[in-house]
Ligand binder design. Sequence first.
Ligand SMILES: [Zn+2]
Length: 260
Amino acid sequence: MRFFFITLSFLLFSNPLISSVYEPEVLWKKAAIKYCYVDKKKLIKKTSFKRKSYDYVLGKIPQDYRENLDQVVQDQFNPNDTIVHFIGGKDCSDDPSSDIYIIPVVPKSGKSKKKRIPYGKASVGYFGRVSFPNIYKKVFKSVPSSEKHYVLLNLKPVQYKHETNISYEDALPYIFLHELGHILSFRHEHGRDEMLEDPHCKGKQETMSTTAITSGDYDPFSIMNYCYLHGIIKKRIPQTAPELSERDREIFRELYHPLF
Ligand SMILES: [Zn+2]
């Protein structure tokens, strides 16, 4: 018993103070995470994406554009800078062993009672299927253990009609990096109370997950901060290159370095 207490307190007090909002249960146990692009509709079934909630068809990202997206991902997440990084980028039919399935979709036009597809969406198995796969399997028996995590990318969001917005092609790299941030355990930076004092954050407040860990200072420039991302997309904030903030990188190093 005594040993247990010593171990626990060591873990608690040796943890550095991390400025972030993240889910400790979904930290990956490997540094190189493989992703692929879903190229056949039937592959969507391998993920937990709620297919029937939305009206959409599977989209295809033009090849040159996909290369640009892959390049942004390689530049921003790399072994030296963030420790954790992404590999792959093939079609999922050619590389079914990928950890993350990227699902590009185009909403169907016309009236629908179904939900509107967001700009992007990410699923990592919120209840810890990454860190605690055995517990996950016991608790969620109906979900096959082979289920893939996914990132949904909406290739024709209706929200982009307004002419003051940047084009969706230009916005997609920011959205992709943001969703990959979720994949690596990050929650929204604008879930923190400090956002109330950020002039770019009006109307963006949201309820924070109760299992997330929040500490350190608020980062207005985090890739996980909608106030900053939407500001760029709506041209309220001057456009900079799609990239992680300095603090985002620092946190990935702090979170993932001790694991490898
Ligand atoms: Zn998000």
